[in-house]
Design a protein around this ligand. Structure first.
Ligand code: UD1
Length: 371
């Protein structure tokens, strides 16, 4: 069988890598990597391929930025050509970005079966573009591979056929476990040294959601608060291009303290180390809520809701808004925070389980077995 693995944006790469390696190294498949080009900066894309030791993509669609319709449409047009050329037996999509929905829709219309890795997550917030992507992708996918049982429940409620839903665990944790095993203590010490940071001595921040950074007042208010926080503990903020562009566009000029450190987006290896050694993390990302839960590191999520509630009920995560952020960060700083437990099947073996499900569904390695 011919399998296409689709990636487009930064959070896709660490979800695809473990499956790529499981398929090639253990199961005898020869999958084809399709990169839509939704993220195109070296630091947002290529650097992740390097850290994950992935080969170059077989197809690069060069979709780039644009409005949602433009970006989604460009991916669809280009991906349709790849389908015509490759005639795959299965298309695998990951997560909830525009590339995910674009490729699943295109494949289904060409009668190619689709597997969605990270199915079933719901924020129930329709103002969030990713929520639309999740619902559409799940509605049409043939195989719904969920990271935790709340995903199964959401899908069942929406009427997904039982046979299609499989709880396989969290594939991003596979990558996290692998990279942690690869980083030496000396490398770790060196990185902290380079940034003049000590273990547990700083707050790590990432913010890029439109709801936080696309509106001048909200972005300004957040930056003012972070500046204030940096007087208690250094703040390290690897800044997403979207956030950086908005600060410039809105002409926001906060008199930043020397301990408010805005840096370029960092590569995967570095980001994992920055998390591991932080006092706590403040984020609006999806995946970071999960990584901090695995690392048992306190996490504040600056959003009104999350599609990953298990990181709150079981893990170390809590939601905050501008009213509660100070009280909750003080609570962390004074050592009063939950320890959390790691959810079931977040164990580094999700890719193995996915390949077993593929085999059960009749996806065989025979057509592409390497000699
Ligand atoms: C996308 C995903 C989001 C994910 C995030 C992780 C969607 C709807 N959103 O949001 O779910 O959490 O990726 O990063 O798919 N830009 C660059 N260089 C790049 C990529 C983007 O400069 O390599 C700039 C462009 O100006 C672009 C903007 O960032 O317009 C936003 O990029 P886009 O891919 O539209 O969405 P993200 O905010 O990155």
């Amino acid at each position: 069988s011919k399998i296409l693995l689709i990636v487009g944006a930064r959070p896709n790469f660490m979800k695809m890598a473990p499956l790529y390696f499981e398929l090639t190294q253990t199961a005898g498949f020869d999958p084809i990597i399709v990169h839509t080009g939704q993220h195109y900066d070296y630091a947002m894309s290529q650097a992740f391929f390097e850290d994950l030791q992935l080969p170059e993509s077989h197809h690069y669609l060069g979709a780039g930025s644009g409005s949602h319709a433009e970006q989604t449409a460009k991916v669809m047009i280009e991906f349709e050509k790849v389908l015509a050329q490759e005639h795959p037996d299965l298309v695998v999509v990951f997560g909830d970005v525009n590339s995910t929905v674009a490729c699943s829709l295109t494949a289904k219309k060409q009668l190619v079966p689709v597997a969605h890795v990270e199915a079933g997550l719901r924020s129930f917030d329709e103002t969030m573009p990713e929520e639309i992507n999740r619902r559409v992708t799940d509605a049409i996918s043939d195989l719904l591979l969920t990271p935790s049982v709340d995903g199964d429940e959401n899908l069942r409620r929406e009427g997904a056929l039982d046979g299609r839903v499989r709880c396989v665990g969290n594939i991003m944790i596979d990558s996290l476990v692998t990279i942690l095993g690869r980083i030496g203590a000396d490398q770790e010490a060196q990185m902290l040294d380079d940034l003049a940071l000590g273990t547990g001595s700083y707050v790590l921040v990432t913010l890029h959601r439109p709801s936080n950074v696309d509106e001048p007042d909200s972005l300004r208010q957040i930056l003012v608060y972070l500046n204030h926080l940096s007087e208690k503990l250094p703040v390290v903020f690897p800044m997403h291009p979207r956030t950086r562009k908005n600060i410039e566009r809105f002409g926001i000029d906060v008199p930043f303290t020397k301990d408010f450190r805005i840096i370029e987006p960092v590569r995967y290896r570095q980001f994992i180390l920055l998390q591991k050694n932080a006092r706590f993390v403040l984020t609006d990302s999806g995946g970071i809520q999960e990584e901090t839960t695995y690392l048992k590191l306190p996490c504040l999520t600056l959003r009104p809701n999350t599609e990953r509630p298990i990181t709150i009920t079981q893990g170390t995560n809590e939601l905050v808004d501008m009213e509660t952020i100070e009280e909750k960060s003080d609570r962390i700083l004074s050592g009063r925070w939950k320890e959390g437990t790691v959810p079931a099947l977040w164990d580094g073996r999700t890719a193995e389980r996915i390949v077993r499900v593929f085999q059960e569904f009749g996806v065989s390695d025979s057509a592409t077995r390497k000699e």
